[in-house]
Each structure stands twice: as structure tokens, then as C-alpha cells.
Design a protein around this ligand. Structure first.
Ligand code: VTB
Length: 316
């Protein structure tokens, strides 16, 4: 009976609510309040839905986070059928300081199918369907850009690469510019940034650089359904981070993961609602009598991709 359900569609009401709650905090300089509003809303709404899932990526360990912690069971269903990975507010700083790019996101897969990523850094490349067979994490930047340009039928000068604006990317940014391509810097948000190359009108062709491992799992669920690709490899910043990865049972740090390693089931889902405008989704708009949200809803089993604009009745 559950086979025909599209859980992603049920979750859109959850990400919408979390997005609206955190959008109330845009630009108020309080990232904890923005995050808490999204977490509270997401957590309470999960328990109105008939499903049962274990949080494999959430707000942190049980000690760090009282809600949506790794290992928490959510939903009011009977059987534990799903893994769930969430980020109620991906990019707390963007919301707190009114910057570009923030979403609320939920990913599910059959139990045991989502990668339990220890929270640390990974180096990543993500690309849309046309370039999926030409990317290589070990290739020189210029080669990757030339190959992706060719696969997309573009000139290198027309290729845009989204990169997190971090000192660790100084050399990468230089290499991209030397190759003749464009750099689009973002302050945060390589979930939306990693998915953007799959979206034809996003203006982004590639994501490159080092970002969080948990974000790689979230992005992979959408990238898989779009038919693009994400390659990544752990890049611990110090010995402690390396130890953290090993403690999670991962001994081969040189392993390259692709999106299908991070999200193993094809019965996966991806649901996200924009909080602030980004490369994937527009943010929450507050009008006099309505609040408008923009969401992306994807289901692996059918490969459906839905963009949902919702007008929420609003009486201040
Ligand atoms: C990125 C970014 C996230 O973490 O993954 C980043 O996409 C990586 O960590 O939005 P640093 O900030 O230490 O570079 C976030 O900024 C927050 O999860």
C-alpha cells in the first residue's frame, strides 16, 4: 500500500512550514533563533505524518541537539521503513544576515540506503546529466572544465562554476579563472549549489571545492533523480577530523564516492523549500495577505520533478 505514496509530496508541507518559520528571522542577526524556528516546525510536523524513519543526518549527536539528532526516530507510522536526512535550515548565516541562498530540505531513502556520513569535510565535484561521465576528482581543474564544456556543447568562457567563498579555495578559484571559466562565489550552501548544475536555467554548470560531507548526501538525492553526478572524497582538516571518520568505521579515506554510493536506493526522495533566493529556488515572499513559497519535490521511483509554488493564506 505504501509503494504508491509520494512521501516527498507530503514533506513539502513540512519544508514549507520550516522555511516560513525561519524566514521570519531573515536579517535579524540571530542564527540560533532562525535555526530553532525551522527545527521546531520540522520536528513537530513530522509527527503528524504516517511514516517512521531514523534520522541519519540531522542537527548533530544526541548530546548536541535535543531535536532531529542522529539516531532519533521520527513520524507516527508503525514500521521503521525509512532513513531520513534533514537540514531544517541549510545556511543559518545566510538567513541571519540576509545573504543569498538558504533552503529547508528533507531527503529519504529505504532503511539502510542513506550514507551515515560523519560530519566533516569532503572535496566535491557536481555536474548535470550532460557532464556526468566526464568528471574526475583527480583531474586538473582545466581538464574538467574543458571536458564539461565540450559535453555541454559550450565554450569554456560560458562555463560557470559555483564555489564556496573560503580561503581554502584560493588556488581552485585561480585555476578556474586561468582556464577561462567564470566563478560564482557563494558564502554558504553547497546543497543548492551542488544541485544547481542539474537545473538548466540555474546559470551554473559545475560545483567544485571542499564542503561538508552531510551536504553531499543531501545533494546526492536530488542529483541522482536529475541524472547528474556528484563525486566526493573525505578531506579531514586535521587529525581529529580524521579520527572522527575512522571512528565511524571508514578506513579507506582515499575512496571516491558517487551519488549512488551516498543514496543507494532508487526509491529516494528530495524535498526542499527556498528560504532566501538561491541558485535552486526563490525564497519566501511575505505579502499583505499571503506568504508565497517555492519548493522542489522529487521522487526517485518515478523520477518526477515538481516545482510547487504555494500561496499560504496569512492573516497577521
Ligand atoms: C558548506 C556549506 C554549508 O558548511 O558545506 C560549509 O554549504 C562547509 O563548512 O552551508 P565551512 O563553513 O567550515 O567552510 C555550511 O556553511 C554550513 O553547513
Amino acid at each position: 500500500m505504501y509503494e504508491e505514496r509520494n512521501l516527498a509530496l507530503e514533506f513539502v508541507r513540512v519544508t514549507e512550514a520550516a522555511a516560513i518559520a525561519s524566514a521570519e528571522w531573515i536579517g535579524r542577526g540571530d542564527k540560533n533563533a532562525a535555526d530553532q524556528a525551522a527545527v521546531d516546525e520540522m520536528r513537530s510536523r513530522f509527527n503528524q505524518i504516517h511514516f517512521k524513519a531514523e534520522v541519519v543526518i540531522g542537527e548533530g549527536t544526541k548530546d548536541e541537539a535535543p531535536m532531529l539528532y542522529t539516531g532519533e526516530i521520527v513520524g507516527k507510522g508503525a514500521d521503521l521503513e525509512y532513513d531520513i536526512a534533514v537540514d531544517p535550515l541549510e545556511c543559518t548565516d545566510s538567513v541571519a544576515y540576509g545573504r543569498y541562498n538558504a533552503i529547508s530540505v528533507i531527503v529519504t531513502g529505504k532503511k539502510g540506503s542513506l550514507f551515515h556520513a560523519p560530519d566533516t569535510y569532503m572535496e566535491k565535484i557536481a555536474v548535470g546529466p550532460a557532464g556526468k561521465d566526464v568528471i574526475d576528482l583527480d583531474a586538473p581543474t582545466v581538464d574538467t572544465i574543458q571536458k564539461v564544456a565540450k559535453a555541454q556543447g559550450k565554450d569554456v568562457r560560458e562555463v560557470t562554476i559555483i564555489v564556496l567563498d573560503r580561503p581554502r579555495h584560493t588556488q581552485l578559484i585561480e585555476e578556474i579563472r586561468q582556464a577561462g571559466a567564470r566563478v560564482r562565489l557563494i558564502t554558504d550552501g553547497d546543497v543548492a549549489g551542488g544541485i544547481a548544475p542539474c537545473v538548466v536555467d540555474s546559470g551554473v554548470d559545475l560545483l567544485m571545492g571542499i564542503g561538508a560531507s552531510t551536504e553531499a548526501v543531501l545533494a546526492s538525492s536530488a542529483i541522482k533523480i536529475f541524472g547528474g553526478e556528484l563525486l566526493c572524497r573525505f578531506k579531514p582538516k586535521d587529525k581529529q577530523a580524521e579520527e572522527h571518520i575512522r571512528k565511524a568505521g571508514i578506513s579507506d579515506l582515499s575512496r571516491i564516492y558517487r551519488s549512488s554510493d551516498l543514496v543507494k536506493s532508487d526509491e529516494n526522495t528530495f524535498t526542499a523549500t527556498g528560504i532566501i533566493d538561491g541558485p535552486l529556488l526563490s525564497g519566501v515572499q511575505f505579502n499583505k495577505h499571503t506568504i508565497v513559497t517555492h519548493s522542489l519535490v522529487m521522487r526517485g521511483a518515478s523520477k518526477t520533478i515538481r516545482y510547487i509554488t504555494t500561496h499560504h493564506h496569512y492573516q497577521p
